[in-house]
Write a new protein. Structure first.
Lengths: 256, 211, 211
């Protein structure tokens, strides 16, 4: 057969390819001629490998399975085994899997043929102003996947944990607070990025960050972020006398 | 308030909503008994089916939503609407397996398809057609997946029992192709001509009972 | 195409549009002369005025738009208020951190997010998705936070161990590797037992789910 007429990427996987071969050979799925089908299957895989095309592991695994079934069918049967031929047919599991796979392949086609929203049917996209008045537009729906993804994104962007460095850097945090305040003096705002040179050492970023947190805690600085992942901006916050209230705050930032 | 007064109010609420609206929600907002609201809704649905209009009232995901008729899909696409989900064959197959067999693990999907399905499941999660239902109480505690409300909305299904019946085969079927190009204008509208059985307004999705 | 055919098509286009639709745009999409489209539009407008419906065809900003009738404004506002519970992106991020790293202080949340999170945590407390577990036994005695039973219900989790681990999440995403440094990817919970002063939570059990 012409192996080149078949392209592996046209098949979902080995089960799909096998279904195709069984159809093409017009044989019964419940009585697959293993030698014939296995030979054709292997010829296709070989052809692909000769062409240096990547053959996914699943296709190779199925090749091994087919060879195994074929060899088991060559073994002589005892009389007992013939009586229970149905269950002992080495092909039984493969046939079951093929029929099961075909069932869902068919169901996928049927589902796809249903009138689909935004393909065949259209609903309104613009909510009524009467409705949106009540809720902020930034609201998003949440799923468990969203939750994990949110965490993953935070972690991807966040610096490494520094729990053990805090004490070591205590002094320089205090120094850095003074420096930040000096930089901020007389300015309307300051980008967090501007607080250190490009390629600043990791410890320097951390110290600056801690200084910033301290300043927030002391209410000397407010932090704003443009958008979700926009850059962070520092704003000189309230009058100095407000800072005296800090001790009465029940919450602490935990960096003292 | 009689049915003639209720119908336009129900219609306004469904029109303004940003998704399918359940009967219970309509009853709650309108502040009347279920019965008159259900009657108004059923009449509205009948009106839409009988009149020649650009859109119709579809029962979907346990609620009601106005949607354009499928015969106008081409015009609407020309109009610039239409951001169809590009579902590939692997995605559709995995989605079908998850829809019919939920709650299902990734390993089960992969066994049935015979191929690694991690990235396909991730795509389905991102498109919010599939969600994590929790973990299976077996060694290794694998995650289990099920379909979402968005899945029902996308394919215009009232609930999971409205999925096409899975056929059991003992033989091979002729080759089928996916209807991803163009639309099937022949396909009937999903409007049920008979009066709606409102007592059957579906509850939650099937997996809730299974968990 | 006669007016009877054009009317539902024009209606479908206006229905699905993002904003008011001009006559010229309709003509362009439908691909006919201006005259028949204008006639269909005028008839549609007359129909809406004559029929008792929840919405009507309004001429605004040089175009046509379907709008709900003003007399239903109160009902619509009531409808909008009771919409399903949703979380903002910052709230979701903070909730994720608290869920996975509990017991956690506000400073830790802010450190990871890189932004002030006080008001977000307050919102989560108000929505009862997060609760105060006690105070951390370190200088300053900062409050420590954890998730609530309502959190589990919102995400359909039986207990905290049903949270997907980052490793499981990563396995679905072969093309990306996440910054999991310092995070125990095996376990969804990062409970530092010794760091928590449990005696500071009188009468309150910590999550039974954690044991």
């Amino acid at each position: 057969m012409d192996a080149f007429a078949i392209r592996l990427e046209n098949f979902e996987g080995p089960l799909d390819l096998l279904l195709h071969l069984i159809k093409k050979n017009e044989v019964e799925i419940t009585d697959i001629p293993m030698a014939q089908i296995t030979a054709q299957y292997l010829a296709i895989i070989d052809a692909m490998q000769t062409l240096n095309l990547d053959v996914a592991g699943e296709f190779l695994l199925m090749a091994a399975t087919l060879l195994h079934i074929k060899s088991r069918m060559l073994l002589p049967k005892t009389i007992d085994e013939e009586e229970t031929e149905e269950e002992d047919d080495p092909r039984a599991e493969l046939v079951r899997r093929l029929l099961e796979y075909q069932k869902y392949k068919e169901a996928a086609v049927e589902i796809d043929q249903r009138p689909q929203l935004e393909r065949d049917l259209f609903a309104r996209t613009r909510p009524e102003p009467e409705l949106s008045e009540e809720s902020e537009s930034e609201f998003v729906a949440v799923s468990l996947f969203d939750l994990v993804q949110a965490l993953a994104e935070v972690l991807r962007q966040s610096p490494e944990p520094v729990a053990h460095e805090v004490d070591v850097e205590r002094l320089s945090v205090t120094e850095r607070i003074t420096q930040v305040l000096e930089r901020l003096h007389g300015q309307e705002s300051l980008a967090f990025k501007e607080l250190f040179p490009p390629l600043a050492a990791r410890s320097e970023v951390i110290v600056t960050f801690l200084a910033m947190l301290e300043l927030v805690k002391m209410r000397l600085v407010r932090l704003m972020q443009n958008q979700r992942f926009g850059s962070i901006w520092l704003f000189p916050a309230v009058a100095a006398e407000d800072a005296s209230e800090i001790d009465s705050q029940e919450e602490s930032l935990g960096y003292c | 308030m009689d049915t003639a007064d209720l119908k336009p109010l129900v219609e306004a609420l469904i029109f303004a909503a940003d998704g399918p609206v359940r009967l219970e929600r309509l009853v709650e907002v309108i502040g009347l008994e279920t019965e008159p609201v259900a009657v108004a809704l059923a009449e509205l649905e009948r009106d839409y089916a009988a009149q020649r209009r650009g859109f119709f009232l579809q029962q979907v995901a346990g609620g009601y939503q106005l949607r354009t008729r499928p015969e106008y899909a081409d015009d609407l696409r020309r109009f610039g609407r239409g951001r169809p989900f590009k579902l590939t064959r692997p995605a559709l197959e995995s989605l079908a397996i998850i829809a019919y067999r939920q709650p299902v693990t990734r390993a089960e999907v992969e066994y049935l398809r015979g191929v690694d399905s991690g990235s396909v499941i991730k795509t389905l999660l991102e498109k919010q057609l599939v969600r994590i239902l929790g973990k299976k109480d077996v060694p290794g505690k694998p995650m289990i997946y099920g379909t979402t409300r968005q899945f029902l909305e996308l394919f215009g299904l009232t609930d999971l029992s409205a999925l096409p019946t899975l056929r059991e085969f003992n033989e091979l079927l002729p080759e089928q192709t996916l209807a991803t190009e163009g639309i099937d204008v022949e396909s009937p509208l999903l409007v049920e001509e008979d009066a709606v059985d409102l007592s059957a307004v579906p509850g939650e999705e099937r997996h809730d009972e299974q968990s």
